[in-house]
Design a protein around this ligand. Structure first.
Ligand SMILES: Cc1ncc(COP(=O)(O)O)c(C=O)c1O
Length: 449
């Protein structure tokens, strides 16, 4: 047992096992469980289950908990808000915290053009509404998305999403007028040239798309994750995002940034686009915006955001006051604790450890990071780069059985991704990395295949 990670026996423990058996009977199997341990409570970067096991959380509720589990300030603000009012529907009876949050996010969003901001419940809704706003403004229909993209699970978002299983298989027909081009996935570059000698050929695929796939005159927007999340924590080379933005401008299509996973300090800046000084026309945010309360947002240039007419966008619960007060506290904490700065330190500690480990563990094919968005891609053979999804699963499972929670991603399911709360302490992180290294040493290439 570690100092922080404390697992007493088999996972699931007896109380979790009983509840998970009931879950099998009453919850559809699509909701499969990653960590088979039912949570009792969580604080910072630690989760304790109902059997008394404690896990170091490097998943952060899939990138939602940059400020950690249950920061006192957020919990107090939530208590205060639910004691005053819980719901009105902002467009029926407005409330101050929504307006204050819109003002703050508009000021924080990259670029100097005046912005406006509106709120929704989840990431997919923010993406859906980004597309609606782009279409209303440009009066054009087509949208270009990327291979490896993940934008959510509603019809439009699922269409924009790239990976077939489990997200799309059997769920068609999809929304029309969505076109796809490759992303800058350097580790698996089809041109086999290292940046910068490739001349960012992948960005020019956007120009080619306007020749070979869809007219620029019909294209409302390009939607892009500044670092791909579900796609495998793919970090594009410097210059790629500005080149894509430049091509959008040239053809008068909007540049929509999906900062749902990259936003709120994760990459070492408030938003990942800041690394390249790119100003989005529209930006979708969610996840770490509100410390786990279901809140998302669309922030964009004011003129664009004003394109849809009266009541053309909205929803019963959108921009709920409980979420808004949580988000205001999150923004305060981001600044007070310098969480973007902390992301750089956390990311460097994880990435440098894996770069060192790569010398001993041939499974490690690539280590990539932007701030604390760190991905480790596992391959069976460094020459062929054959993905190693089974080994990835085994390592994650072994680490979990020792009290460390990590997630996987990637179109081949062979990337271990790190989304640790940025408030994780160095001791907690080092202990988690030690446990992960032990899981690597127990898992040679070919295990589980
Ligand atoms: C980049 C990105 N966009 C959109 C979404 C969808 O967000 P939600 O699951 O809240 O609908 C996600 C969720 O993982 C995401 O990572």
């Amino acid at each position: 047992m570690g100092r922080f990670a404390q697992v007493k026996g088999e996972i699931p423990g007896p109380r979790s096992r009983a509840l998970l058996e009931a879950k099998e009977r009453f919850v559809p199997r699509a909701f499969s469980i990653h960590l088979p341990a039912v949570i009792a409570q969580a604080k910072g970067a630690l989760i304790t289950d109902i059997d008394g096991n404690t896990f170091i959380d490097l998943a952060g509720g899939v990138g939602v908990l940059n400020v950690g589990h249950c920061p006192d300030e957020v919990v107090d603000a939530l208590r205060d808000q639910v004691g005053r009012f819980i719901h009105t529907d902002f467009s029926v009876v407005p409330y101050e915290c929504y307006i204050e949050l819109a003002q703050k996010l508009a000021a924080l969003a990259p670029g100097r053009t005046p912005k406006k901001c509106c709120f929704f419940n989840c990431g997919a809704e923010a993406v859906e509404n980004s597309i609606k706003i782009a279409r209303a403004y440009t009066k054009k229909r087509a949208v270009i998305a990327f291979e490896g993209a993940f934008h959510g699970r509603t019809l439009m978002c699922m269409t924009l999403t790239s990976k077939i299983v489990p997200y799309k298989d059997g769920f068609g027909p999809f929304a029309p007028e969505v076109y796809r081009i490759p992303y800058a996935y350097c580790y698996r570059c089809p041109v086999h040239l290292q940046h910068p000698s490739c001349g960012l050929a992948c960005a020019d695929e956007l120009e080619r798309a306007f020749v070979a796939r869809v007219s620029a005159n019909d294209t409302a927007a390009v939607i892009i994750e500044p670092v791909q999340g579900e796609g495998g924590f793919v970090v594009p080379p410097r210059g790629y995002l500005s080149r894509i933005k430049g091509i959008c401008e040239k053809h008068r299509g909007l540049f929509i940034a999906d900062e749902i996973q990259t936003g709120f300090g994760r990459t070492g800046r408030m938003f990942a686009l800041e690394h390249e000084g790119v100003e989005p026309d529209i930006m979708a945010v969610a996840k770490s915006l509100a410390a786990g309360m279901p809140l998302s947002g669309v922030v964009g240039k004011a003129e664009i955001m004003d394109a849809p007419g009266d009541s053309a966008i909205g929803g019963t619960y959108v921009g709920n006051p409980v979420g808004c007060v949580a988000a205001l506290k999150v923004l305060e904490l981001m600044e007070r604790l310098d969480l973007p700065g902390r992301a750089l330190a956390v990311g460097e500690r994880i990435a440098s450890r894996f770069r060192r480990m790569a010398e001993s563990y041939p499974l490690i094919g690539d280590v990539r990071a932007l701030g604390a968005m760190v991905g480790v891609e596992l391959v069976r053979d460094r020459g062929t780069k054959q993905p190693a999804p089974q080994e990835t699963g085994l390592i994650i499972k072994r680490a979990m059985s020792r009290g460390v929670l990590t997630l996987r991603s990637g179109i081949y399911g062979n990337v271990i991704r790190f989304l640790a709360p940025l408030v994780i302490t160095e001791d907690q992180l080092d202990e988690a990395l030690d446990i992960l290294e032990e899981a690597f040493s127990a898992t040679p290439p070919g295990s589980g295949a």
